[in-house]
Ligand binder design. Structure first.
Ligand SMILES: C[S@@+](CC[C@H](N)C(=O)[O-])C[C@H]1O[C@@H](n2cnc3c(N)ncnc32)[C@H](O)[C@@H]1O
Length: 462
């Protein structure tokens, strides 16, 4: 097999087929091209240059070079190109082709690889398949390891264990580190127990919410100022998004549940909120937690629907109602990506049902009391509401009744002597990175779900 063919195959791995874009999907188009170009046999020497050129074009495509050059529109591929421009970039009559059968063999391998990637909700299967097929792919792993430095730590807390991707990497990096693994999700608990059987003395599963941490740590003999590092990876895990019956994903039909703890702590479901909250409250929920500009219209539509037809109970019902009410089928988000018009409504309900923002605020206060001086906090957030809270804590501005100016400078009329000014400027965190760290192109390619991840790190200094 020629090295160019191998390069093509590697490129193809970066372009999985998007079934929603039949006839105008770049991944599909690439496969057709490769199939045609490599059918006849090995390349002859003279064509090598042209072929190299083709690969360079594909490389540029994969690195979003063309997206930056051309504005994106609805009929264009995910890299910003229409089918015609794809054809021009890929066109090369001089390519000789591989013998018959090569491509078919590769397709078979690709199918097997895809099957392996199908997320499994079964912790036992996960423990057997090891870290190669994690049901949730951890994000920004190298930065987490760099900041937490497990080789120098004795005890770390993974506050959002999920499928244990980050914890596993921490355990692999250092043999002396012990990780306390918190999560409120019973599925995550299963993964934590499976990991504990692999590392019996080094993994301690803790089941509960962030706010239950003091009791859980007390039960295991940990007090304040006793932990070397704390990791947060906020949001939902892939296991939660991918299970239709959990009701988190608008792309899967299921009951509108959205409780991260699957109801273990009681609590109300998203369907309960939609059935019982007053129209005005629904409007406030969508506006505050979803930053949805049309929240009033959506709240009214929900109130009218439940009055006329009964309560909304399924994800598809809510999704379609919002799309019909707003008369939109696609929206562009702040980063210029297409999203469904109900995305923000789903986010708002999830944050409200799980009291997520208050939990995060409380958890950051707990992190401050349980870390040792010199201990490290790492927080990965996925939207601006989460990141604002993390940033406010790290910059010493965590009281939420602030105005335009940071709270510590809020009293504009006050005259400060140098000592009290020093006191005001002093706070307990020292930020490690000035600006948020985001995933690089390679990580984005292999794990598109990490596209909005933002990492902040801080050291407890007082
Ligand atoms: C993005 S996932 C973490 C994935 C994990 N880092 C990994 O690599 O597999 C976030 C996890 O945090 C958990 N979680 C979110 N809010 C929580 C809370 N208030 N208390 C406890 N766990 C929470 C969710 O159940 C979910 O499993």
């Amino acid at each position: 097999m020629s090295s160019l063919y191998r390069r093509y195959i590697r490129l193809l791995e970066r372009w999985p087929i998007d079934e929603t874009k039949t006839g105008r999907d770049l991944g599909e188009h690439l496969r057709d091209q490769v199939k045609k170009q490599f059918r006849r046999g090995e390349l002859i020497q003279g064509d090598r240059l042209k072929c190299e050129k083709n690969c360079a074009s594909l490389d540029r495509l994969a690195d979003d070079y063309y997206l930056k050059q051309y504005p994106r529109s609805k009929d264009f591929t995910s890299c910003g190109l229409g089918p015609e421009s794809c054809k021009i970039i890929l066109h090369n009559d001089n390519l000789a082709e591989m013998p018959m059968g090569f491509f078919e063999k590769w397709i078979h391998r690709y199918q097997r690889w895809k099957e392996k990637l199908i997320f499994s909700n079964d912790p036992v299967a996960f423990s057997q398949t090891s870290s190669k097929t994690p049901p949730h792919r951890p994000v920004l792993v190298s930065q987490v390891l760099e900041y937490l430095q497990p080789e120098k730590c004795r005890v770390l807390i993974d506050m959002t264990f999920g499928a244990g991707g980050h914890t596993r990497k921490l355990l692999e990096k250092s043999e002396s580190v012990k990780v306390l693994c918190l999560d409120c999700d019973p599925v995550a608990q299963g993964y934590a127990e499976a990991l504990q059987s692999e590392y019996p003395d080094r993994v301690v599963p803790l089941r509960g919410r962030f706010s239950h941490l003091p009791d859980l740590l007390k039960a295991h003999g940990y007090g304040q100022n006793s932990v070397d590092g704390i990791l947060f990876d906020f949001g939902c895990s892939s296991m939660q998004f991918d299970a239709a019956e959990r009701g988190f994903a608008l792309s899967k039909d299921g009951p509108l549940d959205m409780r991260m703890d699957s109801g273990a702590g009681g609590g109300f479901t998203a369907a309960d909120v939609l059935a019982h909250a007053a129209e005005e409250d629904l409007h406030r929920i969508f506006k505050t937690y979803g930053q949805e500009k049309q929240s009033k219209k959506i709240a009214r539509a929900i109130a009218q629907t439940r009055f006329s037809f009964g309560p909304l109970t399924r994800t598809y019902e809510l999704r379609d109602l919002v799309a019909t009410t707003l008369n939109e089928h696609m929206r562009l988000d702040k980063l210029g990506r297409y999203s469904h018009p109900s995305t923000k409504v789903f986010q708002a309900l999830r944050l409200f049902v799980n009291n997520e923002l208050n939990e995060i605020n409380h958890a950051l206060l707990l992190a401050r009391s349980y870390l040792k001086i010199g201990g490290v906090l790492v927080a990965i957030s996925f939207h601006s509401l989460e990141d604002t809270i993390v940033k406010a804590h790290i910059t010493g501005n965590s009281d939420f009744n602030r105005g335009e100016l940071p709270l510590k400078f809020y009293d504009c009329g006050a005259i400060f002597d140098p000592r009290s000014l020093g006191q005001l400027q002093k706070h307990c965190w020292k930020a490690i990175n000035k600006h948020v760290i985001t995933p690089g192109v390679v990580e984005l390619d292999s794990n598109p779900r990490c596209r909005s991840a933002k990492l902040r790190g801080a050291i407890k200094v007082s």
